[in-house]
Write a protein of this length. Structure first.
Length: 136
């Protein structure tokens, strides 16, 4: 029997929370409704810090002839509206894929963000490295 999407999401949730606990990081609120009039929810949120984590699934579905709502024109536009509204309300939104949700780079990035540590500007033309080792 193949695992269902719901069982995969439940497993991902348990794995993510376990990783946070192992690093003594605060647990988020799952499916947090942040907007006063829209039904938008963040996959995970730390409301007191106004930090949200969105897990963007379905990146590779097109390879298999399928579609993900996030990566259709309408879905992408809807996500942009949601993230822009979140910014208006003071939220910082981190995006992750399901496979990178529990990796060390993502967890290190969240640890810095949750601790209130953000990079400082280093001057014109100098680029910082993100927790993933890529230029930002």
């Amino acid at each position: 029997m193949r695992p269902t999407l719901r069982s995969k999401q439940a497993f991902m949730n348990v794995a993510f929370i376990s990783c946070l606990r192992a690093r003594n990081l605060p647990e988020p609120v799952a499916e947090f409704a942040f907007h006063p009039s829209r039904k938008w929810r963040f996959d995970y949120a730390w409301p007191e810090l106004k930090i949200a984590l969105e897990v963007e699934g379905g990146l590779w579905l097109a390879r298999h002839g399928k579609k993900s709502r996030h990566f259709t024109g309408t879905g992408a536009a809807g996500d942009m509206e949601k993230y822009n509204q979140a910014a208006l309300y003071g939220w910082r939104v981190v995006r992750s894929t399901p496979t990178s949700l529990t990796n060390d780079a993502t967890l290190a990035f969240l640890a810095l963000l949750l601790a209130g540590k953000t990079p400082t500007h280093t001057g014109q033309g100098k680029r910082l490295k993100s927790a993933w080792g890529t230029q930002i």
